[in-house]
Design a binder for this molecule. Structure first.
Ligand code: EPZ
Length: 429
């Protein structure tokens, strides 16, 4: 298994191109199931999760072709992929493919909407929490689907099609919002989704579906309205820049020091995070080609942060912020409200010398003046990123094991950091 070796203590200086967002690309790819025309997506990041979803879509009958050139185009390293779902050959999404990545479950929406039937494996547990699918089931039933759970599969049927309805999410869910929005595109009449997720990735998906002929309004607010249509056509659409990748590199600079332009990054996708980083002592400005982040000399100031659905501070940057706070001048508090078990990085950060104590869902971090490199390992993607950030600021050598987690969500991480002067290399096992 590959690992990443970091020799810490170097500032980051230069340009880091921000890739297309993983969490936008995945639902956009799934939307290709809704038309027999070609959906072309630009700026799709080259990530293990994208490859995994390509395998699932291929299994359902989606043909795809990837623009093979991987040149730098000022938009990171991302690619163009053409998807054509002329014939859906299978409405069952099997356990072997769905269990590897939770977002695979979202195909249930488009398959049911287009084919009147979808049998999709339950995604199963996940290291960061239990992550149930009750909201998906309740929402699809509200649209008239008949649902049975049988042998680990969710079997959804709507032989006469779905029917528009008002559905109030009891809890904000990104995935259930994506899925119900797609399912409602072909429902008869109007659907209103209340307490919907407002994440930029939801807006991106609604824009793409509208470009394909859907009638969706209100995405980005808590109330999304969908007027049913009878078919969608193809379109060409660009995946938005990755706000989590942007925030991760911004925190790396805030921690290691230096001056970096995050090329293609957009401030409005993570304003809350930028405000927190400014409070912590980083200087952030919008420049022509992205965002510039600097921290020269001054120490890191402590912050108190609680994770929330968008526009609040994202859970996907909680671990990275904690890494930064391990070297703050004082005590910080970070409270995780989205996932109940997203603190696996705490023990590993402690191996580098961090002082963190946990009480329920709140971590108290007492900043230390130095971290010291060590071998570490993480069990999820964002936790792994936090260890890389800490390793960049730690004295000596840090080896981050289980790199496949990073490969799920960070395109060419070691290359991007090396280009800014970091000493980071991949060691192939
Ligand atoms: C999306 O996951 C993201 N994944 C996650 O990013 C992100 O952490 C999460 O949203 C929250 O922002 C993708 O976009 C591919 P949710 P999702 O449904 O949609 C509970 C990363 O690192 N819930 O918004 O699966 C759930 O357990 C990943 O890139 C129910 O209770 O998250 C959680 O507590 C990890 N019942 C909360 O809602 C349901 O039916 C929010 O989860 C569905 C969810």
């Amino acid at each position: 298994m590959d690992s990443i070796r970091i020799v810490g203590g170097r500032e980051l200086n230069g340009v880091i191109p921000i890739s297309g967002a993983k969490n936008a690309a995945l639902p956009l790819m799934i939307a290709s199931v809704m038309t027999d025309d070609t959906l072309t997506l630009d700026n799709v990041p080259h990530l293990a999760d994208v490859e995994q979803l390509l395998r699932l879509l291929g299994n359902q009958g989606v043909d795809y072709s990837v623009n093979g050139r991987r040149e730098r185009q000022g938009q990171g390293y991302s690619r163009t992929i053409h998807f054509t779902a002329r014939n859906i050959v299978d409405t069952t999404a099997p356990y072997e493919l769905v269990s590897k990545m939770r977002a695979s479950f979202w195909v249930i929406g488009p398959l049911l909407a287009r084919m009147g039937r979808a049998r999709v494996s339950l995604p199963g547990g996940c290291a960061i929490g239990t992550r149930p699918v009750d909201l998906f089931i309740d929402g699809l039933q509200a649209l008239g689907a008949e649902i049975e759970i049988d042998s680990g599969y969710v079997d959804a049927r709507a032989p006469k099609g779905l029917v528009g309805a008002r559905f109030v999410f009891p809890k904000v869910s990104v995935g259930a919002t994506h899925t119900l929005m797609m399912a409602a595109v072909f429902a008869k009449g109007e659907t209103v989704l209340v307490n919907a997720a407002m994440e930029p990735e939801v807006v991106n998906l609604a824009q793409c579906l509208n470009a394909m002929g859907a009638k969706i309004s209100g995405a980005g607010t808590p109330e999304i309205r969908i007027d049913g249509v009878t078919g969608l056509s193809g379109a060409r659409f660009t995946v938005l820049p990755d706000r989590i990748e942007t925030g991760t590199y911004a925190m790396a600079v805030a921690m290691a020091g230096g001056d970096v332009v995050l090329e293609g990054a957009e401030a409005n996708l993570l304003q809350n995070v930028l405000d927190v980083l400014t409070t912590a002592g980083a200087e952030i400005s919008t420049v022509e080609n992205g965002l510039r982040i600097k921290r020269n000399g001054n120490g890191i100031l402590p912050v108190d942060v609680t994770t929330e659905p968008f526009p609040g501070f994202p859970t996907d940057l909680q671990a990275q912020l904690m890494a930064l706070m391990t070297m703050a001048n004082g005590r910080s508090h970070i409270t995780e409200t989205i996932f109940e078990n997203r603190f696996m990085h705490v023990q590993e950060l402690a191996r580098l010398g961090a002082h963190i104590s946990l009480s329920g869902q709140t971590a108290t971090i007492d900043g230390v003046s130095r971290l010291k490199g060590a071998p570490v390992m993480a069990t999820d993607l964002r936790a792994s990123a936090s260890l890389v950030i800490a390793g960049l600021a730690a004295e000596g050598e840090t080896t981050v094991n289980r790199v496949y987690h990073l490969d799920r969500g960070f395109e060419k991480l070691e290359e991007k950091l090396s280009l800014c002067g970091a000493h980071v290399e991949r060691i192939s096992a």
